[in-house]
Design a protein around this ligand. Structure first.
Ligand SMILES: [Cu+2]
Length: 125
């Protein structure tokens, strides 16, 4: 291989590393719920994904996720939290509160109806 080949390979590897970092690591800091009106509240923007996608709450008190769906893509029209029996329709360009009580500690997923968009709720004891 000549020098140009090596540069192309290096650029390709750098791109792969960057893509993985961007999609899997960046912005993955867990967001803690804020107590509001008797529930642990977290606003979640729904737009090609969930932001934040990593949420931290405490077990035993109600959680209120305020899903702010800023798109009409059919992908995100439903949100499910299977472990807590949640399955809700999210109207486009509306904020839909979704409440449930995390009765046990652990890490639980929330996804769109197809399981394509994903988020994570960490429930502390
Ligand atoms: Cu989907």
């Amino acid at each position: 291989m000549n020098a140009l080949d090596w540069i192309v390979v290096a650029a390709g590897l750098a791109t792969i590393v960057w893509i993985n970092w961007y999609f899997f690591l960046a912005g993955r800091e867990a967001v803690a719920a804020v107590p509001t009106n008797g529930a642990q509240q977290v606003p979640v923007v729904v737009q090609g994904g969930y932001q934040p996608a990593d949420i931290r709450v405490r077990a035993g008190t109600p959680v209120r996720l305020l899903f702010d769906r800023r798109e009409t893509s059919p992908c995100s029209e439903e949100v499910v939290v299977p472990d807590f029996g949640v399955k809700r329709f999210l109207a486009a360009h509306r904020i839909t509160p979704v409440e449930f009580v995390p009765d046990r500690p652990g890490t639980f997923e929330f996804t769109c109806g197809m399981g394509m968009l994903r988020g994570r709720i960490t429930v502390d004891a």
